[in-house]
Design a protein around this ligand. Structure first.
Ligand code: ADP
Length: 468
């Protein structure tokens, strides 16, 4: 307006000086001159108003475009974020850019750890509020107290609001349908920014968007925690029952045999001493197998069990496994039939041996004494197939697929036989890590079982880590 008035006055003066009679002097000689002055002023005022409006509209449009771009960017960053920390980082960076301030996001959940705070009371959650991003934000105690208040009340506070307007920072709650999930703290924002209508509009959108994102990540985290808890629970209870069942008996035998040897060892004839020592050895081996199985399962699950491949002869593999299991097979007749000129297989010898020992052990465990166990190895197309068949109790059709699951033990009947339900799961993991397959075949209960392994003659170059 000032510029327009100045220009109008200047124009009238120039017009008056150069063009109005008498020329080259300034003076209002007729009412027309005054009219010209008023006309110029009015036109100047109107034009300045119009262009001022236009300029305001243009800058508002630019600001809105910037805000929309920032919100879009934020949405995109959140959508591609891989974890909670990345989401938190995206929120904080966008707020810093849009409001030219230092933003901190506080939540009771830090994105790591196994807190199940979603289940805790709001008061407990408010008490656990801490800087999630950036983690070392340097908030004062006063800031944290204010953030807790905002978290509890679900209302904004600090600079630009009705609550503690004298504070340096502005506190905005991030609310979802289930209450406040986080608090955004914007520090060192200019007063005029936080007071503007556009701030309220943009911060509203950001809060809604980020609250949803935070809630989503919390849900994911809760789910993961629940999964970990149930996995850990499953593992724990299976281990406990296995320990009470499997550890109890061998330990009692070991302690009993060792005690008798210490107390009366000298008076025992040599064969009794030998028998007691054998018992100790066998039972200790059983415990060792159990512990090994649990450790191997752990390594398989952590993806840390990568086969060290070497070329091996199937006959060698089988005889090493039979040697290792010979004591447990002593009550059975073993028949091995290995096809001539079988190609070598590219396997981890130690892991394959443990698979075969586990399978032979099962064949002996789940079939009556004096029955036979048949081992066959032959070429099946591009694979080498190894069958281990017994004449034992067999497996019902509906349980055939399930016996390879972790901790699966065929119901009820097996409680009398020691075991953890881990052996076959481990075998499957190891065989699959070699690019092979394992399956159980049985004509039904009472008709014996065959476990069939197939190993590719050419193992893939890259060892696949098993997923169990
Ligand atoms: P565990 O023997 O420690 O119970 P495994 O994973 O080796 O665990 O076996 C899982 C279940 O599969 C066993 O509990 C048993 O019910 C069944 N099973 C495995 N091998 C045989 C077999 N040769 N004959 C009958 N049942 C078997």
């Amino acid at each position: 307006m000032a510029a327009a008035s100045f220009t109008s006055l200047l124009s009238v003066t120039i017009f008056n000086y150069f063009f109005d009679e008498p020329r080259y002097e300034i003076g209002f000689n007729s009412p027309g001159d005054v009219l010209v002055l008023i006309l110029f002023l009015v036109i100047g005022a109107i034009t300045s108003n119009l262009s001022g409006d236009l300029r305001q509209q243009a800058s508002r449009a630019q600001r809105q475009a910037r805000e929309a771009r920032a919100l879009f960017q934020l949405t995109r960053d959140i959508a591609v974020a891989r974890d909670t920390q990345e989401i938190f980082r995206a929120i904080v960076h966008q707020c810093n850019d849009i409001f030219e301030c230092e933003t901190t996001l506080l939540t009771p959940f830090t994105g790591g750890g196994s807190e199940t705070l979603a289940l805790a009371s709001p008061r407990a959650r408010a008490a656990a509020l801490q800087a999630a991003y950036p983690p070392h934000a340097g908030l004062t105690q006063e800031d944290i107290e204010a953030a807790r208040w905002v978290f509890n009340q679900g209302l904004p506070a600090g600079r630009g609001t009705g609550m503690w307007p004298e504070m340096q920072a502005t506190f905005q709650p991030l609310e979802t349908s289930e209450g406040t999930v986080a608090v955004l703290v914007l520090r060192n924002t200019a007063r005029e920014i936080v007071r503007s209508a556009s701030f309220r509009r943009v911060i509203g959108s950001i809060c809604r968007l980020t609250a949803l994102a935070v809630e989503h990540t919390l849900r994911k985290q809760e789910l993961e925690n629940a999964r970990v808890v149930s996995r850990t629970e499953g593992l724990r209870s299976a281990l406990l029952s296995a320990i009470s069942h499997d550890f109890g008996t061998p330990l009692a035998s070991i302690i009993g045999s060792a005690t008798s040897l210490i107390s009366y060892g000298r008076s025992y004839p040599p064969e009794v001493t030998a028998e007691l020592l054998t018992t100790i050895l066998e039972e200790a081996e059983r415990l060792n197998r159990f512990v090994k199985n649990v450790l191997q399962m752990n390594r398989l699950e952590a993806g840390a069990l990568v086969p060290r491949l070497q070329w091996a002869d199937v006959g060698d593999l089988l005889s090493t496994a039979l040697d290792a299991a010979h004591r447990r097979l002593s009550l059975h007749e073993i028949y091995a039939d290995v096809e001539d000129k079988l190609p070598l297989v590219n396997v981890d010898f130690v892991l394959m041996e443990s698979v075969l020992v586990n399978l032979l052990d099962n064949a002996a465990k789940y079939s009556p004494a004096e029955t036979s166990i048949q081992i066959t190895a032959r070429r099946l197309g591009e694979d080498v197939g190894i069958d281990i068949s017994d004449q034992g109790r067999g497996i019902s059709a509906e349980e055939l697929g399930a016996i390879f699951d972790k901790f699966y033990r065929a119901r009820h009947r097996d409680r009398t036989v020691p075991g953890t339900g881990l052996g076959l799961a481990i075998c499957k993991g190891i065989i699959e890590a070699h690019g092979g397959t394992i399956e159980a075949l049985s004509e039904g209960l009472g008709h014996g079982t065959t476990i069939r392994l197939r190993l590719p003659v050419k193992t893939p170059d890259v060892a696949v880590t098993a997923e169990v």
